[in-house]
Design a protein around this ligand. Structure first.
Ligand SMILES: Cc1cc2nc3c(=O)[nH]c(=O)nc-3n(C[C@H](O)[C@H](O)[C@H](O)COP(=O)(O)OP(=O)(O)OC[C@H]3O[C@@H](n4cnc5c(N)ncnc54)[C@H](O)[C@@H]3O)c2cc1C
Length: 512
């Protein structure tokens, strides 16, 4: 749990969180330790039971939490996994999961306690916890329409809100801190520009991605027989990702994904079934034959993922922060969004604790900078993966470092990791790779001179040749230097205090 506050560390007065999604709930939980009063302003009516709502249309689609996110969420909401299990979310502990990569298949049996739920149940569970915090209150069916500022516009002092009812009453709520967590539809840029501020161009990953999700009822025996399935994309062959997972109320979800815009997964039931069959493995298609479809597939498309660079604004106003998708959003296939929101919320907590002891000028800009550093691996890893698709493009003030090299490196790494797991029953290499994508390990824990030397076996495989071509002519002594030149260091991404607050990093005993 967080360090308790002592009496000589007075809390600040009032904070407002715009939006009651996952980022909003995590942020409010953090702020409740540092502010006398926290108000979450949400434009939707809060559902009386776990259900999707219009403000979060993405909630229809599968939402999984990466291990790093799960660790942080357990810290902020201890026992939340038990809450999910009690409400009917299936346990994933010791449950079989089949993974199909370009280099062969693996079976994983995660040993740690976890639950697989719909996004609606997860959000409901967190909201129940936040509703129990005495100094947090919700204002629902209220839309934030703008920011209130000081006369010189250097400080945000509150928000203007409009009731979402027939009366459409408008009023202003003042606060010492306003945190925007209103997601992809955030109006923050418009509000900043209205204050006369120049907002830097964000980085954009022009990903043109498509999702299609279908729900099924499952006869009991099916889950035991098959377990969950992930069929990874093979962009060079134009094959998309497919997933099958189980959630509460005896339901399964299947998902089709592709990027690059050449093809979007179908929402037509017959076409959808055919596309399941055309995945790298026909396994999901085989399983759904034993399931009972619930309605037709529903799609989701987005042209781009966006990473704002508000930390570059020297005139960023005091009293304003932003967390979650409004700050940086991702290709959802990598399952990073909620985990990144948790990483940002945790960084906010660390910064607010530090502020108690050392006063800081430009505190808000400093927080944005630290969050930006913390989420760099997530942005880089998902971009490296998505840029394998023809038609995907990164646009930013600076090019992304090391993309082509990392793609070749991961190809060779996964090939050898799968071989080691299957032929020698040794999952260690694959575990490391999994934990990097889970945002627990830094990419530099995988991409380093020691591992590279191990990967280069001299067997003349295509993957090895391609990697050597990227590496160029370097001798053994120069390899580290060359890697430093090619790959970002990510040295500021992991805050030591954050990691030390976990008892240990539980590397999953993934079984091949
Ligand atoms: C198809 C899809 C699948 C995804 N799958 C995963 C996954 O598997 N794992 C994962 O970690 N992430 C996933 N994500 C990302 C994830 O949904 C988000 O990253 C995460 O929920 C954090 O979002 P947020 O809280 O910032 O925004 P949101 O969850 O979108 O919440 C924003 C909230 O703000 C409210 N709001 C908006 N404007 C206003 C306003 N003006 N006034 C008041 N309230 C307002 C909205 O009603 C909403 O409640 C997926 C996303 C998509 C699109």
């Amino acid at each position: 749990m967080n360090t308790p506050l002592t009496s000589h560390q007075p809390k600040e007065e009032k904070a407002i969180v715009i939006g009651g999604g996952i980022a909003g709930l995590l942020t409010a939980r953090v702020l409740s330790d540092h502010y006398e009063e926290v108000i979450i302003i949400e434009r939707d009516e809060l559902p009386q039971e776990p259900s999707t709502r219009s403000g979060t249309p993405q909630a229809f689609h599968p939402h999984r939490i990466l291990p790093r996110g799960s660790m942080i969420m357990e810290r902020f909401f201890p026992g939340y996994i038990d809450d999910l299990l009690v409400q009917g979310a299936p346990s994933t502990q010791n449950e079989k999961m089949s993974l199909f990569t370009s280099y062969g298949s693996l079976q994983m049996v995660p040993p740690e306690k976890n639950a697989s739920s719909s996004r609606a149940l997860l959000e409901w569970t967190f909201r129940q916890r936040v509703q129990q915090i005495s100094n947090v209150r919700f204002l629902s069916k209220q839309e934030v329409t703008g920011l209130q500022t000081s006369a010189d516009q250097s400080q945000v002092t509150g928000v203007h809100i409009k009731e979402r009812s027939e009366q459409k009453q408008e009023r202003t709520v003042t606060a010492d801190l306003v945190v925007d967590t209103s997601g992809r539809s955030s109006k923050l840029i418009k509000w900043l520009e209205a204050m006369g501020l120049e907002v830097p161009q964000p980085e954009r990953l022009k990903v043109s991605l498509g999702y299609s999700t279908r729900y099924y009822r499952i006869p009991r025996h099916v889950k035991e027989k098959w377990g969950g399935v992930v069929s990874e994309a093979q962009p060079d062959k134009g094959i998309g990702t497919g997933m099958l997972g189980y959630i509460e109320d005896n339901m399964a979800q299947t998902l089709l994904f592709s990027a690059g815009g050449a093809h979007y997964p179908s929402t037509n039931p017959e076409e959808y079934e055919k596309e399941l069959q055309a995945l790298a493995t026909p396994m999901i298609s085989e399983i759904v034959k034993e399931l009972e479809p619930m309605g037709v597939p529903r799609g989701y498309r987005t042209p781009e993922s966006v990473r704002q660079h508000f930390e570059q604004m020297e005139d960023w106003p005091a009293g304003l922060l932003v967390v979650g998708d409004a700050f940086c959003n991702f290709d959802p296939i990598h399952g990073q969004g909620m985990t990144v929101a948790a990483i940002e919320a945790e960084m906010l907590d660390i910064c607010l604790h530090e502020k108690r002891h050392t006063s800081q000028s430009h505190f808000e800009r400093h927080v944005l900078q630290r969050m930006q550093e913390a989420i760099e691996p997530a942005w880089w890893l998902s971009s490296v993966a998505d840029l394998r698709w023809k038609g995907v493009e990164h646009v930013g003030a600076e090019p992304l470092k090391g993309v082509s090299f990392a793609q070749k490196y991961f190809n060779l790494y996964v090939k050898q990791a799968v071989k080691l797991a299957n032929e020698e029953n040794n999952p260690s290499m694959f575990q490391q790779y999994f934990m990097m994508n889970a945002l627990v390990l830094s990419p530099r824990d995988i991409i380093n001179a020691h591992t590279l030397n191990m990967l280069l076996t001299g067997n003349g495989s295509l993957e090895e040749k391609q990697l050597l071509a990227e590496l160029g002519n370097v001798d053994e002594q120069q390899i580290q230097e060359r890697l430093d030149e090619l790959i970002p260091s990510f040295s500021l991404a992991v805050d030591e205090k954050a990691l030390h607050s976990f008892p240990s990093i539980p590397l999953s005993n993934t079984k091949a």
